[in-house]
Write a protein that binds this ligand. Sequence first.
Ligand SMILES: [Zn+2]
Length: 187
Amino acid sequence: MSLPTSAEKTLPRIRPLTSSVSLGLIAAACLMLPAIGSAEPANPQDASTEQPPEHEHHAPHGGTLVVLGEEFAHLELVLDSQAGRLTAYALDGEAEQPIRVAQPTLELIMHAADADSAAPPPATLSLNAVGSVLTGETAGDTSEFSGQSDLLKGTRHFAATLAKIQIKGQDFHDVPFQFPEGNEHEE
Ligand SMILES: [Zn+2]
């Protein structure tokens, strides 16, 4: 008689113990979650202070870079929105040194600008070779091109296609890009 009663007493004691242990584990797990969550924001803050080792150029004139080929060369575009003047600088693969181009003009096919502005019809903008007394560059042997269009007046954003450029002995045709985003997507 004593054995069954002791067994009956033992079993009910074990059950509450196990359930209280499992509850304790759940409670401990719940307590840990906020602790982990509060620790995480500290890591991105530390990471953001480090310089990301990504492909990046610094446009010498602070303009928009259009890459030609696989970092073969670049065209840097600087827009004077008030005057409607666009200046292009032909640069090397590092976007550092000017590259002289022989052609007399660069043709840009201008597409519709962003939706919130009055979309101009596609039009050709000719950027003419610009000589420089300082660098000794002359039209037909220069890295600088410039053109003006009333379509560009007051414009901050546009899409265009570079019809053709021959640079460093290679031809590039129909190079699309956005301004001021450029056509390089590593950011
Ligand atoms: Zn580049």
